[in-house]
Ligand binder design. Structure first.
Ligand code: ASP
Ligand code: MG
Length: 418
């Protein structure tokens, strides 16, 4: 079996869907399963619907209509003669969402989120399946909620691997093309769950793992895994080969090409991950396999913006030792603040942190009781793997250096834009 994953950008309009079918025709479709994301920015639009439902009911209908109109336009462009079957199916999905929101009594934001936002993938997979069938590519539509089973941690559910493996082998038809949704799963009570934003890559990896797939290909709007974000740096270079561990490091520090959870299941079974451009299906893209050396060997730049750098020092010249450090990390953990870099000396510790949930003020007021606290906000962290002597120059052209840390492979710079 081979698994293909198409992200939202690759199917953002009717041309994208047409391109998908041409890729499938080139690549042959037997023993293939495709995983699709929601089209374009649909997930963001559905997030707005959920937000309006809880916080701004007046805008609810409007925001839902926006999602409908967007898909309706794609339907009109894809099907020359109005295709009543798919039109009705899509209408029914929207009617069900409205019905659900009307009847819902749950105040649980994440629960409602999953029931609503998951529809982006249901819609895209239905439209694409119908289009494939209409164009002579027999396609088996699979409801991801039937095959990926999770706990009830809405918006970031954990996979029940045993049950998922069993369900997948029962539902996938090995003799034809299969299509299912990324991101979407279901819990023991059959409520819809999701795997977290950008989770479609992970869905594809789960399925690849359970089917012992030959390979997983992620079709993207870039030539493959690049050594830096082309939106940030000029002269990006395509990495032709990287190892799983290289890819995990790149993903963990924020290279947004692959969802970080994707790699573990693949690595366990040594299933190659290919990242290819959907605009050039015959190119090699990037191949990620076990133990391979990075090729070409060039510095890889990963940027995280808008972080904070905190310096904690003892109030009385006592040392910062394991006991204080573990206490500090406990506080960070409780406030869901992610630490991207630490550096300590006898009487102080630096922490470069990411405050996703705006808990920093609360944390700092607590720490101030025990430490002298200094703090710089809005810093950027550059992680440069395989750095060379020009790497830091590139960044320090237009940044002030605040902190530098290096091992023989990795250079980290905490900087502030000039
Ligand atoms: N549609 C979901 C998102 O945008 C999942 C994905 O695209 O991977 O987060
Ligand atoms: Mg998406």
């Amino acid at each position: 079996m081979k698994i293909y994953k198409f992200g939202g950008a690759s199917i953002k309009d009717s041309d994208g869907v047409r391109n998908l079918i041409s890729i499938l025709k080139i690549k042959k479709t037997e023993k293939t399963l495709i995983v699709v994301s929601a089209m374009g920015k649909t997930t963001n639009k559905f997030e707005q619907v959920v937000d309006n439902y809880f916080n701004n009911k007046n805008n609810l209908d409007n925001s839902l209509k926006l999602v409908y109109d967007y898909h309706n336009q794609i339907l009109e462009n894809l099907f020359e003669n109005a295709n009543n079957k798919i039109n009705n199916e899509i209408k029914l999905i929207f009617r069900n969402i409205k019905e659900f929101l009307k009847k819902n009594k749950s105040p649980n934001y994440s629960f409602v989120y999953d029931q609503v936002v998951s529809n982006g993938e249901l819609i895209s997979s239905k439209i694409i399946c119908e289009f494939l069938n209409n164009n002579g590519v027999a396609t088996n539509w699979i409801d991801a909620r039937e095959i990926i089973k999770t706990d009830s941690k809405y918006r970031g559910a954990n996979v029940n691997w045993e049950e998922t493996k069993r369900k997948i082998s029962e539902n996938v038809d090995l003799n034809q093309l299969n299509i299912t949704q990324g991101f979407v799963a279901s819990d023991n009570n059959n409520f819809t769950t999701t795997l977290g934003r950008e989770g479609s890559d992970y869905s594809a990896a789960i399925i690849a793992f359970c089917l012992n797939a030959r390979s997983l290909t992620i079709w993207k709007d870039v030539p493959g895994v690049l050594n830096c974000d082309p939106k940030v740096f000029k002269n990006s270079v395509l990495l032709e080969n990287i190892s799983y561990s290289e890819a995990i490091e790149l993903a963990f520090y924020g290279a947004s090409v692959i969802h970080p959870k994707t790699l573990q299941p693949l690595q366990k079974k040594e299933i190659p991950l290919l990242v290819k451009p959907f605009s050039d299906p015959n190119s090699n893209g990037t191949k990620i396999t076990r133990g391979i050396k990075i090729n070409p060997k060039v510095p890889c730049f990963i940027v995280k913006n808008n972080l904070s750098l905190i310096k904690l020092s003892s109030l009385d010249f006592s040392f910062i030792v394991e006991e204080n450090i573990s206490e500090i990390f406990q506080e960070l953990h409780e406030n869901k603040i992610k630490v991207d870099l630490t550096q300590n000396s006898a009487i102080s510790i630096y922490l470069c942190i990411e405050d996703k949930y705006f808990r920093l003020d609360k944390l700092l007021s607590k720490l101030k009781a025990k430490f002298k606290v200094k703090y710089v906000d809005n810093v950027d962290l550059y992680t440069i793997r395989h750095f060379d002597k020009n790497s830091s120059k590139k960044i320090l052209q237009d940044h002030n250096l605040i902190l530098e840390q290096r091992t023989n492979e990795v250079l980290k710079l905490v900087v502030k834009k000039i």
